[in-house]
Design a protein around this ligand. Structure first.
Ligand code: AMP
Length: 407
């Protein structure tokens, strides 16, 4: 089955066309600057041919249309007709409490997603726009929504309820939801496969360290706690997001600096984290370069970043009782031996021992074990593939629907 996955942001669409029977990528790419001057579409074909073109793309409908037109270009030989696309899988950031798994998108689902907008005002509106755009361009193709929050719906209430008045949970659904669920799900399964153990009989701590970052405690295959919360702002230090801070700091800064709500929101989401501490960049590659040149704020950034990871690992050890596997994934997790080494430094008493040479070698999209042979806890690097989870879930649901229709 050929499944098109779409991940829509406010001015971007990332996409991949996947053959789910073989798990092969047929083509992938992104559209950027939708609705702005200099909008562009990029496509990379299976044989590595890459095309980037500027086009006038005023909205998501035009963007999805442009993606499909690229795919049927005879010179690229990707597909010959739109009808070859069997289904579309949409990444949806927030499923609220309603969606505990992926669903076939219909009018009722879109209605609930719209009701959930207040839970994810930055993320869900472009996701809904993407769904509506795809429906406008491919009206007869089944669509599935895959939620970042779904994997975490197994958390116990004491992990997801905040210690604020309980009515606020009832009235405004304020609770921990957790995000990056498809990634934590995927790497936990792949890690178990690689280490030859059954996911339902082992415990893992999965570290998704990208521009956004989160860590999940997984007990016998199920998420029991995760660092992101009501929004993707809580938890680890991220590229531009602050992660855990004393909530009173926000009130204090708003008062002292006379900040409006949206300014405080920008400060915490766009100007904090790695960028905020270093004052130079949100990109860990830049920070490592500065660190190697002896820059003190780069040293401090890396120290805070890895110290916070270590604290979460310690906390999740206590939550899980024992840990079999620690997984690193996403941009930083897959590529930075320095961050991995510093995050796990001096954790021999937890049974964690890194093998320095193995750690140095696993970069650039490779997977592999980086712990030493006598480490009780196995540490692995697993490249994440959220699009594959979206495509496989979509194919499963659409096949099931087909069987029902035949009956
Ligand atoms: P992601 O959100 O998973 O695409 O990850 C993006 C982040 O990964 C950016 O902050 C990059 O700096 C970081 N990253 C990518 N390559 C490297 C690398 N070689 N070393 C350190 N960080 C990296």
């Amino acid at each position: 089955m050929k499944v098109l996955t779409l991940n829509c942001g406010s001015s971007t669409v990332k996409y991949k066309l996947i053959e789910t029977d073989t798990e092969e990528n047929i083509a992938y790419g992104k559209v950027e600057r939708i609705g702005m001057i200099g909008a562009s579409i990029e496509i990379v074909t299976q044989n590595g041919k890459k095309i980037v073109e500027e086009q006038e793309l005023l909205d998501h409908v035009m963007a999805v249309d442009a993606i499909l037109k690229m795919m049927i270009r005879p010179d690229l030989k990707i597909i010959s007709d739109f009808s070859e696309i069997d289904a579309v899988g949409h990444r949806v950031v927030h499923g609220g409490e309603t969606f505990t798994g992926s669903v076939l998108i219909n009018d009722e689902v879109i209605k609930i997603l719209k009701e959930n907008i207040q839970l994810a005002p930055l993320h869900n509106p472009p996701n809904i726009q993407g769904i509506e755009a795809a429906k406008a361009v491919l009206p007869d193709v089944p669509m599935v929504g895959v939620f970042d929050t779904a994997f975490h719906t197994t958390m116990p209430d004491y992990a997801y309820i905040y210690p604020i008045p309980y009515q606020l949970y009832r009235k405004h659904a304020i609770r921990r939801y957790g995000f990056h669920g498809t990634s934590h799900y995927f790497v936990s399964r792949k890690a178990c496969e690689k280490l030859n153990c059954k996911v339902h009989s082992c415990n893992l701590i999965t570290l998704h360290l990208g521009n956004g970052a989160s860590v999940t405690a997984i007990k016998r295959g199920k998420s029991v706690d995760t660092s992101m919360g009501f929004t993707p702002l809580e938890g680890l230090v991220m590229g531009t997001r602050c992660g855990d801070i004393d909530p009173a700091i926000i009130l204090h800064i708003m008062q002292q600096e006379k900040l409006a709500l949206y300014e405080a929101n920008n400060l915490l989401n766009k100007f904090s984290g790695i960028l905020g501490i270093s004052g130079k960049s949100n990109d860990m590659r830049d920070i490592e370069e500065l660190y190697n040149q002896g820059d003190n704020l780069a040293r401090l950034t890396i120290d805070i970043y890895t110290y916070r990871i270590k604290k979460y690992i310690g906390a999740y050890f206590a939550v899980l009782g024992h840990v079999d596997i620690i997984v690193f994934t996403a941009g930083v997790g897959e590529n930075s031996p320095l961050i991995r080494e510093k995050s796990l430094e001096d954790m021999d008493t937890f049974g964690i021992k890194l093998d320095h040479d193995r750690n140095e070698k696993i970069v650039g999209g490779k997977d592999g074990v980086i712990s030493s042979d006598d480490s009780k806890v196995k540490v692995v690097v697993i490249p994440t593939n959220e699009e594959l989870v979206i495509a496989m879930d979509t194919a499963k649901i659409v096949k099931k629907m087909g069987k029902k229709l035949k009956k």
